[in-house]
Design a protein around this ligand. Structure first.
Ligand code: PGA
Length: 247
């Protein structure tokens, strides 16, 4: 793959609009336009509109979406609304949503289909918990999430392998284990779609990525980018991650 994706997942941070603007502008200032790197920032819904970047150096993503375009779904935001705001991407199936909000693979599948229908590019998160087998969990999550996702749509999909035990813990996955997971995901995509689709689908790593380990996932594990949580809330750290991955 000749392009890398560096994605910031701000989760439920920062606490005020002004702080979101400052963080975004600091990241933007430190980020050069790099032809082969796409930087995507996923802030809370409420900050999306003010952060649309007219220079296009930084793309925007949401952290979730609802599958219906409109309707009686109190508290929800639809893929259609996000697209209308200028969002290009949406994270779907993050482990915190699966865990705290009881999202099932079936819901995640509907969200993926809803995102595709509205031309939002989904970043599908998969990964096992500490006491689980990577293979069994990831296979099940992938196959069920991709139910009825056709070949023409899948070209816009990004997959993030995020072992749950590595998220927010400081215990990152060994690059070789991340590479094995990535190869495993490619095998499933080859079986269910084609080798070409498997080769062209970006597979990222996420879970305690910092400026001193990000490049290992690119250079050693040969992954197509990283999904960064905690370290993306610090403009210096995040821009160092971008810089180190681009060298
Ligand atoms: P972390 O989060 O980098 O803070 O571990 C990653 C994620 O949740 O996507």
């Amino acid at each position: 793959m000749n392009k890398l994706f560096i994605i910031a997942n701000w989760k439920m941070n920062p606490s005020a609009k002004k702080k979101a603007e400052v963080l975004f502008n600091n990241i933007k200032k430190k980020t050069k336009s790099l032809k082969n790197i796409e930087v995507i920032i996923c802030p809370p819904f409420i900050y999306l509109e003010q952060l649309v970047d007219s220079t296009k150096k930084i793309n925007l993503g949401a952290q979730d979406c609802h599958w219906e375009n409109t309707g009686a779904y109190t508290g929800e935001v639809s893929a259609k609304m996000l697209k209308g705001l200028g969002c290009e991407y949406v994270i779907i199936g993050h482990s915190e949503r699966r865990n705290y909000f009881k999202e099932t693979n079936e819901m995640i599948n509907k969200k993926l289909l809803g995102a595709f229908k509205n031309n939002l590019k989904p970043i599908l998160c998969v990964g096992e918990k500490q006491d689980q087998e990577m293979g069994d969990v990831v296979k099940n999550q992938l196959i069920r999430a991709l139910n009825k996702v056709g070949r023409t749509r899948i070209k816009d999909l990004i997959i993030a392998y995020e072992p749950v035990w590595a998220i927010g813990t400081g215990k990152s996955c060994k690059p070789n284990d991340a590479m094995q997971a990535s190869l495993f995901i490619k095998k499933i995509l080859t079986k269910n779609y084609s080798r070409r689709i498997a080769e062209n689908t970006p597979i990222l790593y996420g879970g305690s990525v910092k400026s001193d380990n990000a490049d290992l996932y690119i250079k050693q594990a040969e992954m197509d980018g990283v999904l960064v949580g905690g370290a993306s809330l610090d403009a210096d750290q995040f821009s160092k991650i971008i810089k180190n991955c681009s060298l």
